[in-house]
Design a protein around this ligand. Structure first.
Ligand code: DQA
Length: 148
């Protein structure tokens, strides 16, 4: 079974409580369990991680290949718009990458329109709330099939 890593960045541990009008009422734990169920039905094994620290996220990205992940889904939170270090780490790995956001980042503040992750990701899914994660699993499954 292909292993997929899902990295969640800063403040996403507060989902369900944080700005619910933007991010919805679903907690990260619920998103994790729904995404895992969907992935399992699609023969994918998904692991979720969350960190508020950029360096920890970079370590996980670097370890992706060593740990035999076939694909990476990443919602880097606010680091999406600022982190050249995460961009560089993503450039160093050679597996499919799908960028995720719950909100439509193009419908919000101007500073959210810039994403360093989009410059390296195979594709981007945003604006569908927690369902963005399910759509991202669909997308990575399709990318892995193409690369087979
Ligand atoms: C987010 C969008 C980012 O701009 C924001 O900083 C987040 C969440 C999203 O999932 O919509 O923390 O990545």
């Amino acid at each position: 079974m292909n292993k997929i890593l899902v990295i969640n960045g800063p403040n996403l541990n507060l989902l369900g409580k944080r700005e619910v009008e933007i991010y919805g009422k679903t907690s990260l734990q619920q998103i994790e369990s729904e995404t895992k169920d969907y992935a399992k039905n699609n023969n994918l094994d998904v692991e979720f991680k969350q960190s508020n620290e950029e360096s920890e996220m970079i370590d996980w990205i670097q370890e992706c290949m060593k740990n035999n992940y076939s694909g990476l889904l990443i919602n880097a939170g606010a680091y999406t718009h600022t982190s050249i270090a995460i961009f560089d780490a993503l450039k160093a790995i050679k597996i499919p990458i799908v960028e995720i956001h719950l909100s439509n980042i193009h419908k919000r503040e101007e500073f959210r329109k810039k994403s360093y992750i989009s410059e390296i990701a195979d594709g981007v899914i945003f604006g569908f709330g927690s369902y963005s994660y399910i759509l991202a699993v669909m997308a990575i499954k399709n990318l892995l099939k193409k690369n087979d």
